[in-house]
Design a protein around this ligand. Structure first.
Ligand code: AVJ
Length: 312
């Protein structure tokens, strides 16, 4: 489905929703980079710490013994989180090709030229594709052993059903002995979690409302950004952090590109994102149900976050 169709569908439903995949246009990419630098957004620092201090342990678990492998990354983005891992793997003498996959061609080109400068001897095969599409092409790429990276808690954006489908599909395309390393954000003090999505400077608010800006720009709509607010919410029982855009008054928005008007009640919410938080047992159950064997959990020092390595 296209942006246009998805916006039309989501805003016609009751309750209204928009998919978080549309956050990442050129401006959204930039705001997300600012989010990763915020002190409240502990996820990035935690994963950075894990890769800075434990890359050798990760490599030794992979058991590649100098054999060439493919490091395939889903949702690579600008490569910020992976840079340190790649650097440490090269230092430790690992022999691998890097295959970054992302839906944003823009961000992939930036990543490619940046990594080619930093790691001149690294072979990079970038692929512009959506997750499930990319899964299908994985085994056509090579016979090499594979390590699939899905970092940054991106898996937290999936609902249960999509998470299970993703892991099953991943299992199906891998060979016995291949690995996956997936980043999960862990349950913790709910206040810490809520703050990560509710920074005082309003960067996360700008990230969320950028969706309306994008609709204004690409679909010729007339959303008044002043008449909407950002509302983050965390439910410690389910581990679901959810973000909403809330209409501050009763208003009608015209989306020319859809030839349609949408009415918002005062206080009406549009659901825009889910960022799921996990317990370790839930993570183990997820992998076990998909037939993976969990090799090891790599935690940051605060145990806020985990990169779990699992083997087919
Ligand atoms: C990139 C999907 C992992 O859900 O934590 C950050 C996106 N949204 N602040 C997350 C995000 C609001 C982020 N992921």
């Amino acid at each position: 489905m296209s942006f246009k169709e998805d916006v039309g569908t989501g805003l016609s439903e009751n309750p209204k929703y928009l998919s978080s995949r549309y956050f990442y246009d050129a401006e959204g990419d930039k705001i997300f980079q600012a989010i990763m630098k915020m002190p409240e957004y502990y996820l990035t620092n935690a994963e950075f710490e894990i890769f800075s201090t434990q890359a050798e342990q990760i490599l030794s678990e992979l058991d590649v013994n100098g054999r060439k492998f493919d490091l395939v990354e889903f949702g690579a983005g600008d490569g910020f989180k992976t840079r340190i891992l790649i650097e440490r793997l090269i230092e430790a003498g690992a022999n691998f090709r890097y295959i970054p996959i992302d839906i944003s061609e823009n961000v992939l080109n930036t990543l490619k030229s940046d990594f080619q400068k930093r790691f001149p001897d690294l072979e990079i095969l970038a692929e512009n594709a959506e997750y499930f599409e990319a899964l299908e092409s994985i085994n056509r790429k090579s016979e090499n052993p594979k390590v699939i990276l899905f970092l940054g808690s991106s898996i937290g954006n999936f609902l249960e059903d999509r998470t299970v489908r993703f892991l099953n599909a991943l299992y199906a395309v891998l060979n016995v002995g291949d690995f996956t390393l997936i980043g999960f954000d862990l349950k913790k003090n709910p206040k810490t979690i809520l703050e990560a999505y509710n920074d005082k400077q309003g960067i996360t608010k700008a990230f969320n409302l950028n969706l309306l800006k994008r609709i204004n720009r690409e679909l010729e709509a007339d959303f008044d950004l002043e008449a909407f607010d950002h509302y983050p919410y965390y439910d410690p029982e389910t581990g679901f952090a959810k973000s909403y855009i809330v209409s501050l008054k009763k208003q009608t928005v015209n989306i020319k590109g859809l030839k349609k008007q949408f009415v918002f009640d005062a206080g009406e919410a549009i659901h825009t994102e889910i960022s799921r938080k996990y317990g370790i047992n839930q993570i183990e159950t997820l992998f076990e149900n998909a037939n993976f064997n969990v090799s090891k959990h790599f935690f940051d020092c605060k145990h806020y976050y985990v990169d779990t390595l699992a083997k087919k």
